[in-house]
Design a protein around this ligand. Structure first.
Ligand SMILES: [Zn+2]
Length: 108
């Protein structure tokens, strides 16, 4: 919608609403509608166009990190990690079992 068409629509809405509600209340309502609509559209556009931040992935394959699920016995060897939280399996956090490898420089 062009700026002129938006202004014409705002004037029309103000005139139409001023009969039942009075000019001042109609004008305030139209201005509030336009402000909230503009803010909402900009906010939604910023959400859609902003890409999610890239996780900082570290290669930890040499550390020999192994996690075991205490419920079903599944064992995972961690090659890359982006956070220092244990993975979960069977709705439970997995238990860290470090075998061989060199210890990590920072907790992973
Ligand atoms: Zn499991």
């Amino acid at each position: 919608m062009t700026r002129g068409a938006a202004l014409a629509a705002a004037v029309t809405a103000t005139v139409a609403l001023s009969f039942p509600f009075g000019f001042l209340r109609a004008a305030v309502a139209v201005v509030m509608f336009a402000a909230i609509l503009t803010f909402g559209v900009r906010f939604m556009r910023s959400i859609v166009h902003a890409p999610p931040p890239e996780p900082e992935v570290a290669d930890v394959g040499d550390y020999g990190l192994r996690y075991v699920c205490s419920m079903c016995g599944l064992e995972l060897k961690i090659e890359k990690a982006a956070r220092d939280r244990a993975p979960t399996h069977c709705m439970e956090p997995m238990v860290l079992v470090r075998e061989g490898g060199r210890p990590p420089l920072r907790p992973v």
